[in-house]
Design a binder for this molecule. Structure first.
Ligand code: ASP
Length: 416
């Protein structure tokens, strides 16, 4: 078979997998400060290598993607397809989460609220459903950040939604200037984009070491015993995420005539990077590489769909927020009727859009949901022990959904 130029090292995902498998026992056995410091040092170096690429990749890919379109109308069509896909899969994800919480009842122990076992007391519960102004302000904030007053500070603070907005406006404006200017700009930005992708390949050579260190650090700090008291919650999240990953998303791929298994295989390096870094933003460079060079989706599509997806499309996160909030309510003995469940699901979808693609970002969103359904924010405490490991899994689901979005949008483009 002809080698695809610049394709990610084929054996890479095997090495990453070996690194993850070796990291679990290494982390559990080497729980001593000097080892943790080494894991931290190596992991941070690798993570920084990926993080430094996020801003140039987002800006160059979006601007180059829009400049490469024949006309701005194409962007509108692609935008509608992308947003429709993202909203649909997020809604399916929260429905899945709700159904499994109601089926498996992780917050109950012998049919009674398990809050006592988790250190949650029902007298902490606020009396009524309280749509407090600060929760609404948190939601409003998400939209305010979409238009950053200062693009450099937005980039420094990792406010990707603002960067994406700037990139889209810059690209559209570039389409509207005189033809020579547009050609020149397009050529330069395209070259910047290709260079950042090359940088990604170079950073990824260090992935096995970096990923080993990141995963070992998590297990050296958490250990497996932390999972025990929250076993059923942990299992409910895993079953719901697996349902979305192995059934819902592959089903959508099938509808659009793609082969889910080969897509998963193509995405392996990105999924394993997402798992180890717990950050869809840090994984973005690898996701782009896998979707373009592995799955063969044209840059025109990936350049727009993936940076947007890494920021706004978080199926795993939305699902997790929902399961976590309903679990806490169940454990505290609070009846969640259909209206409250819809409120939780709705807020989960909205906040998952605003949540940054960084580790543990969901926790803030869960706090917002708890406030909205009238539960104390401190009730989030017990799930912190298992959050890190579940973060690895939900981030992989987030990234997989983005990549499926790129496939779906490219099929729609071809057919329409
Ligand atoms: N870590 C997740 C991500 O980057 C966000 C979250 O759910 O905390 O996709």
């Amino acid at each position: 078979m002809k080698k695809v130029p610049g394709r990610l090292n084929r054996g890479l995902h095997i090495w990453i997998l070996i690194a993850i498998l070796a990291a679990v026992p290494a982390g559990i056995l080497l729980r001593y400060p000097p080892f943790i410091a080494i894991f931290d040092f190596l992991g941070t170096l690798f993570l920084n290598g990926l993080r430094m690429l996020i801003v140039p990749i987002i800006l160059s890919s979006i601007v180059a993607g829009i400049l490469n379109l024949n006309d701005v109308k194409g962007l509108g069509k692609m935008g509608v397809a992308t947003i429709t896909y993202y909203l649909t899969t997020s809604i399916l994800a929260v429905i899945t989460g709700c159904v499994f919480v109601f089926l498996l009842q992780p917050g109950l122990s012998h049919s009674l609220p398990a809050g006592g076992l988790l250190g949650l007391k029902s007298h902490q519960v606020a009396q009524s459903v309280n749509l407090s102004t600060s929760s609404l302000a948190d939601l409003k904030d998400i939209f305010i950040r979409m238009i950053p007053p200062n693009i450099v500070s937005a980039a420094a603070k990792g406010q990707m939604l603002g960067l994406i907005f700037f990139g889209i406006l810059f690209g559209i404006s570039g389409q509207l200037i005189r033809p020579e200017g547009k050609r020149l700009l397009g050529g330069v930005v395209q070259a910047v984009f290709e260079t950042t992708m090359k940088m990604t390949e170079i950073v990824m050579y260090f992935a096995p070491i970096g990923i080993f260190a990141l995963v070992a650090k998590v297990f050296s700090q958490t250990g497996l015993h932390a999972l025990r008291p929250l076993g059923l919650f942990f299992i409910t999240v895993i079953i719901s995420l697996s349902f979305h990953f192995f059934i819902t998303l592959p089903f959508i791929l099938r509808i659009f005539g793609a082969n889910p298994l080969s897509h998963m295989k193509n995405m392996a390096p990105a999924l394993l990077t997402a798992f180890s870094t717990s950050s869809s933003s840090a994984t973005l460079p690898v996701t782009m590489e896998c979707v373009e060079k592995g799955a063969g989706i044209p840059n025109r599509v990936t350049a727009f769909v993936l940076p947007l997806g890494a920021t706004v499309n978080m199926d795993g996160t939305a699902l997790y927020e929902c399961v976590a909030a309903l679990f806490i309510a169940q454990a505290m003995g609070i009846k969640i009727g259909i209206i409250k469940a819809i409120m939780v699901a709705f807020t989960a979808v909205i906040t998952s859009i605003g949540v940054a693609g960084i580790p543990a970002a969901s926790l803030v969103a869960i706090a917002v949901i708890l406030k909205i359904i009238g539960l104390p924010v401190e009730a989030i405490g017990p799930i912190l022990a298992v959050d890190r490991i579940l973060d690895m899994l939900r981030t992989s689901v987030n990234v997989f959904s983005d990549s499926c979005g790129a496939v779906v949008v490219s099929r729609l483009e071809k057919n329409g």
